[in-house]
Design a binder for this molecule. Structure first.
Ligand code: 4AD
Ligand code: MG
Length: 457
């Protein structure tokens, strides 16, 4: 067995871990049989290999142990400098050691759950007749129209070529136009759904939004299914079934890791004031989501609920009373999910003004067939919609928003040739991993997080 040393006690007992499980294997060395110099290299963090006899353990805490007959040290780890010692480290400290933190039980458990979830996602779509589609990473369009993009350029920032008007001349750039890292694979997935029927993307997406929160990353992975002939309610049904199914899978496959993470969370909860503690354990939260129907309410109904609610004794959600059409703040979303319904909520039929250009306009002329799924403790986990399939309406919308129609010529073609009702959604993979593992900060569910002022690794 090869692995990394967790602890080495009394020059005799090595707790060895190979990354496949939380369980360490106790390896017993007879120090009289091995060279002192070799044993000196064995310390927490060292990579070693052992061969020996697997026997019933005489000690407590493990059923079996390896009585070591052969021992090699692949690489030692200096106890003076190796940062991951067998004690509790803070999450902040471990973020600074992102290259080594996977050797802790917490991160190993989280990353195994992450891996299992990714597998479950592919499996779900495969079983349900979807094709996996690779959307481009470098794009020339802003799918969300939010302008929060990372520019991709080969031009010299200090001395870019200029146009006669004195602006940067992107015609001389690598692609002959302005390009950026994708914020979403949706527009390309739409093109593919209109030929393959049901597709999904699962890839990295990039947003240059300066949000330093526990829910935002500048680079995150998004799952985006897109389905021809699906309306908004079909879309909701799929999203709900999908989330439940992949959570069911991790409960089945990652029981030991989830149990460990649940205990970790309980310890963390104990440090919080009583009022902020969660009533449900991690496993109860997962089961709750799996066993209960998500509540579906329109934006307008939600606003009415909020207008008539008092989040605490004195305060009402005052500013929502003024104006129908305002975007919900996270305190509103949390109130709906955690206090009012106490259940995952699908909010739909949002005001057109606060949503992206491609969403299907409702007959009322002011709302669009958008849906967001809000989760307890997470907030928005899914954003999706039925897409505007009518060429004239879409063109008008693009004009009204001042978007350059020429940039979207190919997207408009999809409405010219064989258009049909279609829908899709995007699920933030890290938010799902957060929910499944109970980790409080999104930086702790992705191997090397990218956030403002942070791309050290
Ligand atoms: O709501 P969003 O912006 O929707 C879209 O991008 C659509 N094009 C999706 C589609 O219909 N195909 O993002 C979708 C989800 C959010 O609900 C959230 O879970 C996640 O992506 N997300 C982020 N996750 C981490 N960090 C960020 N900065 C995120 N921004 C969005
Ligand atoms: Mg959204």
């Amino acid at each position: 067995m090869n692995g990394w040393v967790k602890t080495f006690r009394s020059n005799r007992f090595i707790a060895l871990n190979d990354g496949s499980t939380l369980q360490n294997i106790q390896c017993v060395v007879d120090f009289e049989k091995f060279d002192d110099g070799l044993l000196k290299q064995i310390a927490t963090g060292a990579a070693i290999g052992v061969k020996g006899n697997l026997v019933e353990s005489q000690g407590k805490g493990q059923a079996v142990e390896i009585q070591v007959t052969e021992l090699i040290v692949h690489g030692s780890a200096d106890p003076e400098t190796y940062p991951i010692q067998p004690k509790k480290h803070s999450m902040e400290f471990l973020r600074e050691q992102a290259h080594l933190r996977v050797r802790t039980n917490t991160f190993a458990a989280v990353m195994r759950v992450r891996s299992a979830l990714a597998f479950a996602i592919h499996e779900y779509f495969r079983k349900n007749g979807f094709y996996y589609m690779h959307a481009p990473i470098i794009t020339g369009s802003d799918a969300e129209g939010a302008g929060e993009m990372f520019r991709v350029t080969t031009l010299d920032p200090k001395n870019p070529p200029l146009t006669e008007e004195g602006e940067v001349n992107y015609r001389e750039d690598f692609f002959g136009k302005e390009t950026n890292l994708t914020v979403s694979g949706q527009l390309e997935a739409e093109a593919y759904a209109m030929g393959l029927g049901k597709v999904y993307t699962f890839g990295p997406t990039f947003r240059a939004e300066n949000s330093n929160t526990s829910r935002h990353l500048a680079e995150f992975w998004m799952i985006e299914p897109e389905m021809a002939f699906y309306d908004l309610h079909d879309n909701m049904d799929l999203a709900e079934d999908f989330i439940k199914e992949v959570l069911r899978y991790v409960i089945q496959q990652c029981g030991e890791d989830l149990e460990f993470l649940e205990k970790r969370l309980l310890d963390e909860e104990k440090t919080k004031p009583q009022a902020e503690r969660s009533d449900l354990s991690l496993m109860e939260k997962l089961k709750f989501v799996i066993d209960n129907q998500f509540v579906r309410v329109t934006y307008t109904e939600a606003i009415d609920i909020l207008r008539n609610s008092k989040p605490n004794k004195k305060k009402k959600f005052q500013y929502l009373i003024e104006e129908w059409g305002a975007d919900l703040q996270s305190e509103h979303e949390r109130y709906l999910v955690e206090k009012h319904f106490n259940c995952p909520v699908i909010l739909y039929d949002y005001p057109a003004k606060i949503k992206a250009f491609y969403m299907r306009l409702n007959e009322d002329g002011k709302t669009v067939r958008a849906m967001d799924i809000l989760f307890p403790g997470i907030g928005e986990i899914v954003g999706g919609s039925q897409r505007e399939e009518r060429l004239d309406v879409l063109v008008q919308k693009i004009k009204d928003l001042g978007i350059d129609e020429k940039e979207l010529w190919w997207y408009l073609d999809l409405r010219k040739y064989g258009t049909a009702v279609h829908s899709g959604f995007g699920l933030g993979f890290e938010r799902l991993v957060q929910f499944a593992t109970g980790m409080g900060n999104i930086r702790d569910v992705i191997p090397f997080p990218r956030t403002p002022q942070n791309a050290e690794f």
